[in-house]
Design a protein around this ligand. Structure first.
Ligand code: SF4
Length: 253
């Protein structure tokens, strides 16, 4: 696999917007001290007893297909450069996906869709994310979730969500170059909108755009199997969301 930007040069699909991002961000994946500290705090967090138990139980019992693998089994830090212009927000890690691999959206079907869409939009150097040492690099994009531990049935309690939103809040203040927040699903949209003080809050819809100061919030259906199996979300629809995100990220302030 060619590295980015060699790939886009060779294949010539990068949009002018992505080329601008490339000039600003490629070959720079800075680890800033404040972000590194936040990522460490997240990885060490044990504030929610129910979720700590659940994530560790999944890591011990394992799914049969991953029996030989060592699970991460901890809270999952965000992934992507500190100078990201695009922040992608999901719900929470999957018990046998990110809770296994230690990287957001990595190791499950939702992640397969997400990273392929990022790659198609020129925001990732490869279409797959399989493990933390697979060589994946994101361009101007950081991926996070409202809740950073895998919850049973994908349903964190209100208290768990509120505790975890502390990290989201901290992260938002650190991502000073962010211009676009892509909300994957209504849970991400509602919590992001509340954190940003958006009132009244428009109803979630795929493709919804909402301006909040310098930030544009862009909504997409979550690439969950429920949505992709039923055709509610197609690969083209998701790729279009990220092409639009790249366009918005380079819009003059
Ligand atoms: S959900 Fe968030 S606050 Fe709760 S233990 Fe995990 S990282 Fe900590």
């Amino acid at each position: 696999m060619d590295s980015y930007p060699q790939y886009v040069t060779a294949h010539g699909f990068a949009t002018p917007q992505v080329r601008k991002l490339e000039i600003r961000n490629v070959n720079s994946n800075p680890i800033r001290a404040d972000i590194a500290e936040l990522d460490r705090d997240v990885a060490d967090c044990r504030r929610c007893p129910r979720l700590v138990h659940w994530r560790e139980q999944a890591a011990t019992e394992k799914r049969a297909a991953f029996r030989d693998q060592e699970y991460w089994g901890r809270a999952v830090p965000s992934f992507g450069p500190a100078n990201a212009r695009i922040l992608v927000v999901g719900l929470a890690p999957a018990a046998h996906g990110a809770n296994r691999t230690g990287r957001m959206f990595t190791g499950d079907r939702s992640g397969d869709w997400l990273y392929r869409a990022l790659w198609l939009a020129g925001l990732a150097n490869q279409p797959e994310s399989t493990s933390i040492d697979d060589g994946l690099d994101l361009l101007a994009t950081r991926i996070t979730s409202v809740v950073r531990c895998a919850p049973p049935d994908n349903k964190p309690t209100t208290d768990e969500r509120d505790r975890c939103l502390d990290y989201f809040r901290r992260e938002l203040t650190m991502l000073k170059e962010a211009r676009v927040i892509v909300c994957l699903g209504s849970y991400a949209w509602e919590n992001t909108a509340r954190e940003l003080g958006i009132r009244p809050r428009p109803r979630f819809a795929h493709g919804l755009e909402h301006q909040a100061g310098p930030l544009t919030l862009l909504c997409s259906y979550h690439p969950s199997q429920r949505n992709t199996f039923t055709g509610l979300l197609t690969e083209d629809m998701l790729a279009a969301i990220f092409r639009r995100a790249a366009e918005l990220a380079t819009k003059p302030a």
